[in-house]
Design a protein around this ligand. Structure first.
Ligand code: SF4
Length: 344
């Protein structure tokens, strides 16, 4: 249940179904998940996006192993102390898995309650209180699931089926003709636009990736090196930025068509540039981290200044690397694209 709940955050059921069994086969219980490396967990999560969920799930397994001997606590308050577990998930696990008298307010329940009580912008705390008041103490898990199901299938966001609703007789918004306005939609800020100058650096059949710093956007995942630029910066600015930051001769950078990738709070216009280098000292050294020091001072090789922290991946390693979806188009080109940039 925990795994499906984590996967279902921000991902549709049909997508989750494609990954759920494989993930459980790889990590059949919390012990296996706690013992797994982060790379293995991210690899099994690959394709689902929002990788922070995978990292939190693994962190949760480790806390449960250390603090609770691998057994999930039954109490909602203790569940809430675990990484990635908020009030909804704690209530859902406590009530459905352990029969505890806890409410679970997800987006569907929020909508049902908002309409049932004709509330405009109810606070989470108020919804929690209302849900707790309505809870059937004999079957809290079934009750919570029934409310969620009602919201998903009857009290739908658009076109609610009030004529078929078992709550119609008590529903204030229905009685007052305000169903469509309840609850008021939460305004979501538009994602911030960023132009991402991106370097596809290939040398002797290997491509250079870097591991993004932990925390922040795509933290801890592999990625193509690059620079964030203001929206609309354009090809010339992106070329300059990559050249300055990575020591690539501007003329050696071949522009690939840009594409967009939208995260929850950020939208990237990815501007990829291929830098196909002639073979060098690092070529063919495997996927290990290069050891060359970041050069400093006059006379240092410009290319050398860009080496520290890069990982050189061959074909099989790139295919298996946990890579965010934002970079999938580039991986596809490298693995399936034109012959002169195919990796070994
Ligand atoms: S009567 Fe309509 S608005 Fe009210 S809970 Fe049922 S489906 Fe939702």
């Amino acid at each position: 249940m925990l795994v499906s709940e984590f996967m279902l955050q921000q991902t549709r059921v049909e997508t989750v179904l494609r990954y759920y069994d494989g993930f459980l086969a790889a990590f059949p219980d919390l012990h296996a998940l706690a013992a797994a490396s982060e790379d293995d967990v991210l690899r099994a999560w690959q394709g689902l996006g929002y990788y922070g969920r995978a990292r939190r799930l693994r962190a949760l397994a480790q806390v449960v192993r250390e603090r609770w001997g691998g057994e999930l606590p039954e109490d909602a308050a203790r569940l809430r102390e675990l990484p990635g577990v908020g009030p909804y998930l704690a209530g859902a696990v406590a009530s459905i898995a352990f029969g505890r008298r806890e409410a679970a307010v997800d987006g569907n329940v929020r909508r049902v309650l908002g309409r049932l009580f004709d509330l405009d912008t109810p606070s989470p705390a108020r919804l929690e209180r209302l849900a707790a008041r309505l809870l059937d103490p004999r079957r809290p898990g079934d009750w919570n699931q029934a409310l969620m199901e009602l919201g998903a299938t009857v009290c739908r966001p658009r076109a609610p089926r009030c004529a078929a609703c078992p709550l119609a007789a008590w529903c204030r918004a229905h009685r007052r003709g305000r169903v469509k306005q309840r609850p008021a939609a939460r305004r979501r800020a538009a994602p911030a636009e960023v132009e991402r100058a991106t370097l596809v650096r290939v040398r002797d059949g290997r491509v250079a990736l870097e591991r993004r710093p932990p925390g922040g956007l795509l933290g801890g995942l592999y990625g193509f090196p690059g620079e964030d630029l203001p929206a609309g910066a354009g090809e010339a600015a992106a070329r300059r930025a990559l050249s300055d930051a990575w020591g690539a001769p501007p003329a050696a950078l071949a522009a690939w068509p840009p594409y967009r990738h939208v995260f929850t709070h950020r939208a990237w216009t990815v501007r990829p540039f291929l830098w196909a280098e002639a073979g060098g000292a690092e070529a063919g050294t495997g996927a290990g981290r290069t050891q060359r020091k970041r050069a400093a001072g006059a006379g240092a090789s410009e290319a050398g200044a860009s080496e520290a922290g890069l990982l050189w991946l061959g074909r099989a390693e790139l295919a298996a690397a946990p890579l965010p979806r934002a970079f999938e188009p580039l991986r596809r080109v490298l693995l399936e694209g034109s012959r002169d940039i195919l990796l070994m």
